[in-house]
Write a protein that binds this ligand. Structure first.
Ligand code: SF4
Length: 398
């Protein structure tokens, strides 16, 4: 099958910071959003002369909250993508948005350019939304959802969050029933992770945060499976559920290690046996002179990691096992020229004996018990002997 490419575009702006958020996002003014768009467009266009790029079959505009941008700015960005890359007619073009942060012009953009949106609801319970520091209510969400449908979109995701302080199994069930009941094609259900450096992190350190205990978390987890199955969703990744045919193609790309280019502040890329990440410093990003150094297509990159063969094998397992269909022995053989069995004979035997993985139809997948202790399972796929990274076909001067 011909290789394809994904494009990720990061919009690092939000109306205000949620109390749990450690994403690269902050409030912004109109001038900054304008300048940021100028830089993004220059960065995207600087790839116009890169030889041999595959056709693009997924574009994902994430954040932050992309919908805080004026629709005309978003349209400029997408025009730059379309003029620079060969975007397939049937490409999945997706954007994240938040209720309460979306002007009319954004709905024009949605109608004109997108075929999928992802709406951040998180909870349908007012007290939980306020506690998280979200700017919207359940009614704001409903207005956004209905308007997106009126734009003609037939592929909508809703983001939900469990493990919120003081959340109960009953309120989580309410949220699941509400979200699934409005009829989206896809639901992402993540559990809250309290990160250092966030307001929640500081509250936790002071002992001011009461998080659901382990037993409650476990019950929430099984409630998620039961409720979403009831509404006709299948789980295809640890935290993602979809109706048949509506798995997020862009996110699947990450898990099966297909290449993607990330543009914008802090955006990550994976291409040509390398991973790299753009600077997370807004002023530095806005000051980058894209195209000034011909042949260096990643002048905003700060972390560049060449991947050795072992790194790639480990990633293949770590990322692929997140998917319920598991990893394919055939794809492993195609990618590395050796069999999965020969590289991972011992861990596969141990994990199968312990009931943490199952094997069938050439695939290896986590069992329900394996998902419960996925960190332990994935650690088994670390390889001991690191070899030097392979020499690379030059995508960028370093
Ligand atoms: S809307 Fe999302 S990205 Fe923005 S502050 Fe809240 S959690 Fe962070």
């Amino acid at each position: 099958m011909a290789q394809t490419l994904g494009i990720y575009i990061h919009i690092p702006f939000c109306v205000r910071k949620c109390r749990y958020c450690d994403f690269l996002s902050a409030p912004s003014d109109e001038e900054t959003r304008q300048r940021y768009t100028d830089s993004l467009v220059r960065e995207i266009r600087s790839w116009a002369d890169v030889p041999g790029l595959p056709r693009v079959d997924t574009v994902f505009i994430g954040g932050g909250t992309p919908s805080v941008m004026d629709g005309k700015l978003l349209a400029r960005i997408m025009e730059a993508v379309r003029e620079t890359f060969r975007v397939r007619e049937d490409a999945e073009i997706s954007m994240e948005m938040n209720p309460g942060a979306c002007e009319d012009s954004v709905y024009d953009f949605i109608s004109g350019y997108l075929n999928r949106v992802s709406i951040g609801l998180q909870s349908s319970v007012g007290g939980e939304l306020r506690f998280l520091g979200r700017i919207h209510s359940k009614d704001d969400f409903l207005r956004t959802y209905r308007r997106v449908r009126r734009c003609g979109l037939r592929n909508v995701n809703i983001d939900l969050m469990s493990g919120i302080p003081w959340q109960t199994v009953a309120t989580w069930r309410d949220t699941l029933n509400f979200a699934a009941g409005v009829g989206p094609e896809h639901i992402s259900a993540y559990s809250l992770i309290v990160e250092e450096g966030t307001e929640f992190g500081r509250m936790k350190a002071r002992g001011q945060l009461t998080l659901p205990d382990e037993e409650t978390e476990r019950e929430m987890y099984y409630t998620t499976l039961e409720r979403l199955n009831f509404f006709g969703f299948s789980r295809y990744e640890i935290s993602n559920y979809a109706r048949p045919g509506f798995e997020c193609r862009h996110n699947v790309r990450y898990w099966v290690r297909k290449p993607y280019l990330g543009f914008g502040l802090g955006a990550a890329s994976f291409y040509g046996h390398r991973r790299w990440r753009n600077t997370g410093d807004l002023e530095r990003y806005l000051g980058v002179d894209f195209g000034a150094d011909p042949g260096n297509w990643i002048p905003a990159a700060e972390e560049i990691t060449p991947l050795s063969r072992q790194d790639e094998m480990e990633e293949f397992m770590f990322l692929g096992l997140r998917m319920m269909r598991g990893v394919s022995g055939e794809r492993f053989q195609d990618a590395f020229g050796v069999s999965l069995e020969s590289v991972y004979r011992n861990p596969l035997k141990r994990l199968e004996r312990d009931g943490l993985i199952s094997r069938g139809a050439g695939n290896v997948r986590l069992t329900a018990r394996g998902i419960d202790v996925s960190n332990r399972v994935l650690a088994e796929f670390l390889l001991d002997d690191k070899e030097a990274p392979p020499s690379q076909g030059g995508i960028a001067k370093m």
